[in-house]
Write a protein that binds this ligand. Structure first.
Ligand SMILES: NC(=O)c1ccc[n+]([C@@H]2O[C@H](COP(=O)([O-])OP(=O)(O)OC[C@H]3O[C@@H](n4cnc5c(N)ncnc54)[C@H](O)[C@@H]3O)[C@@H](O)[C@H]2O)c1
Ligand SMILES: O=C(O)C[C@H](O)C(=O)O
Length: 319
């Protein structure tokens, strides 16, 4: 029996993630959690999902609850709860408010679902992954965040469009912060298995323009439609499928990195990680010197901000 709980299920990303996850054949139970007062909305979301299951022949069972104890027995608890940014806000502006929400929820996940893994979606996702790791007391491979997986997918799509190839022909990754200091790995980018810099048209690729689009993608979508929903929702489902299907794929997630990337780390940040039923395990990699430098800057920025947020939480815990 494979059970996934979504905390934040009445939100935009939580709702769509539930639908997308329900399409994974071996997911048997989806538990939707919403705060007290959201009973009617949760009931409506559940009924709508059941209609969708009937239309598609999906076998999953979906339940809702306002009692966190009902996450008991979950294999993974996905946290999408918290505030989302408004146009012209940075994801980091949400850190203080969301850290309190995530710290409290993470303690409860450990209380009610001690065996489960935690997948963090709430922004700023790298910092929230560290908060969840600290406050749940789980092991590093059991707590991970959506990280730069979505950014990597955005880059993949733009490269595929430039070279006019199917997205499946493009392999690429972005590591580091899910935010301004993200680092594209051109050294790890291939098209049809060929290193991108070995393609004659690589010289024409408008790298700055493309990376500008990737960095501002979330902001642009929020400004025009209020929230990013389908991109993150399907990215969440890909990761859940990889994890619970024991696929051993290597995706770029926010995970606690110790020293796997050029001895840089001691923080949760986007890195390539092997994903299987036991959890998420960063892989040891070697990068180009410029990429190492950029990753180091990104790690230092996120480590500094993470430590500040953890210190603030400790202070409010002791008050
Ligand atoms: N990492 C990513 O790539 C990514 C992508 C999209 C959204 N996000 C983040 O996910 C979060 C949710 O985004 P959204 O658009 O669904 O927002 P939303 O406002 O639509 O939903 C927020 C959800 O959080 C719940 N919530 C708020 N405060 C809570 C609390 N104190 N306790 C429990 N639940 C609480 C709400 O009830 C609601 O269900 C935001 O932080 C957003 O930035 C991250
Ligand atoms: O940009 C946001 O605030 C939402 C999310 O992190 C995204 O990149 O889509």
């Amino acid at each position: 029996m494979t059970k996934v709980t979504i905390i934040g299920a009445t939100g935009r990303v939580g709702q769509y993630a539930a639908l997308s996850i329900s399409r994974i054949p071996y997911i048997r139970e989806i538990q939707l959690y919403g705060r007290d007062g959201s009973q009617s909305l949760l009931d409506g979301i559940t009924r709508d999902l059941i209609d969708s299951f009937a239309a598609t022949g999906t076998a999953s069972v979906v339940r809702w609850s306002c009692d966190l104890a009902d996450m008991k027995g979950s294999d993974v608890v996905i946290i999408t709860a918290g505030v989302a940014r408004k146009p012209n806000q940075d994801r980091l502006d949400l850190a203080h408010e969301n850290a309190k929400i995530v710290a409290d929820l993470s303690k409860q996940v450990q209380m009610f679902a001690p065996e489960s893994m935690i997948m963090m979606v709430t922004n700023p996702v790298d910092i929230m992954t560290s908060v969840a790791l600290r406050y749940s007391g789980k092991k590093p491979h059991q707590v991970f965040g959506l990280g730069t997986h979505l950014d990597s997918m955005r880059l993949k799509s733009l490269i595929a469009s430039f070279f006019q190839v199917h997205v499946s022909e493009v392999h690429t990754r972005i590591i580091g912060e899910h935010g301004e200091s993200m680092v594209p790995l051109w050294s790890a980018t291939t098209i049809g298995g060929i290193q991108i810099s070995n393609l004659p048209s690589f010289g024409n690729l408008p790298i700055d323009d493309i990376m500008g689009k990737v960095r501002s993608s979330g902001q642009q979508i929020i400004a025009s439609k209020g929230a990013t929903v389908w991109g993150p929702g399907d990215a969440i489902a890909t990761i859940i499928k990889t994890l619970l299907g024991n696929e051993n794929r290597i995706l770029t997630l926010s995970a606690y990195v110790k020293s796997e990337v050029h001895n840089i780390g001691d923080v949760c940040i986007g890195v390539p990680a092997r994903i299987n039923k036991d959890g998420v395990f960063p892989v040891s990699i070697r990068l180009d010197p410029l990429e190492v430098h950029a990753f180091q800057r990104s790690v230092e920025r996120i480590r500094g901000l993470t430590n500040q947020i953890l210190k603030n939480l400790e202070q409010s815990d002791s008050e």
